[in-house]
Design a protein around this ligand. Structure first.
Ligand code: OGA
Ligand code: MN
Length: 207
């Protein structure tokens, strides 16, 4: 641990996670990095690599437009292109810091691109499957256009219990914004979008 350096940015994220269960950062990636990640997503979407998302995992997978309407593409770290390497380098740095300073025991991760076409949404849910509780932290990074407007919809609504009363936190999917939250604790939803909505979404997991 001799080379360990406190990282104030990561410390702020961890403080937020511990006190609120979630944290919103507008500087996890730089503007230039967001532009690279965004054009990479669009390229892969144009190449028809995205598939309609499904509910559940493996055996109980079903397509249900009434619950979720996004198109996704899983990212493969082993075969990562330049933009994806940039993404995973930063995520891995964060994971390493978490594992040195917290007791989450992150051993695994999974990330996918997501595109919500106009009119789609993702109803209120928890990011853990009935038969799999390894997901600990959810991370959503928005790759929308620079001129994304508040009235384009697609807010991420996080439902929280505050002193026994349910509150709603509405987060606008501004480009470059990263939202990190406790996968097993916080129910959330994606409000209907009025413009295509782009993101990379993923989970840090225990083994
Ligand atoms: C999800 C999800 C939130 C968002 O993919 O599970 O809740 O803001 N995404 O895209
Ligand atoms: Mn979710």
């Amino acid at each position: 641990m001799s080379d360990f350096q406190i990282n104030p940015f990561y410390e702020a994220i961890i403080d937020g996670l511990m006190s609120e269960g979630y944290f919103v950062s507008d500087r996890f990636f730089s503007e230039a990095e967001v532009a690279v990640l965004r054009s990479n997503l669009l390229k892969k979407y144009d190449e028809n690599n995205f598939k309609k998302s499904a509910i559940g995992n493996q055996s109980n997978e079903k397509i249900m437009d009434a619950i979720r309407g996004d198109f996704i593409l899983w990212m493969d770290e082993a075969g990562a292109d330049e933009a994806e390497k940039l993404y995973f380098d930063r995520i891995n740095d964060f994971v390493q810091y978490l594992n040195r300073t917290c007791f989450l025991g992150i051993q695994d991760k999974e990330f996918h691109y997501a595109l919500y076409p106009e009119g789609t949404f993702y109803k209120r849910h928890l990011d853990t499957f009935q038969n799999d509780s390894r997901r600990k932290l959810s991370m959503v990074c928005y790759l929308n256009d620079e001129d994304w407007q508040d009235n384009f919809g697609g807010e991420l609504t996080i439902y929280k219990d505050e002193n026994g009363r349910e509150t709603e936190k509405n987060i606008v999917p501004k480009p470059g914004r990263m939202v990190i939250f406790e996968s097993q604790v916080l129910e959330h939803e994606v409000k209907p979008v009025k413009q295509p909505r782009l993101s990379i979404t993923g989970w840090l997991k225990t083994r």
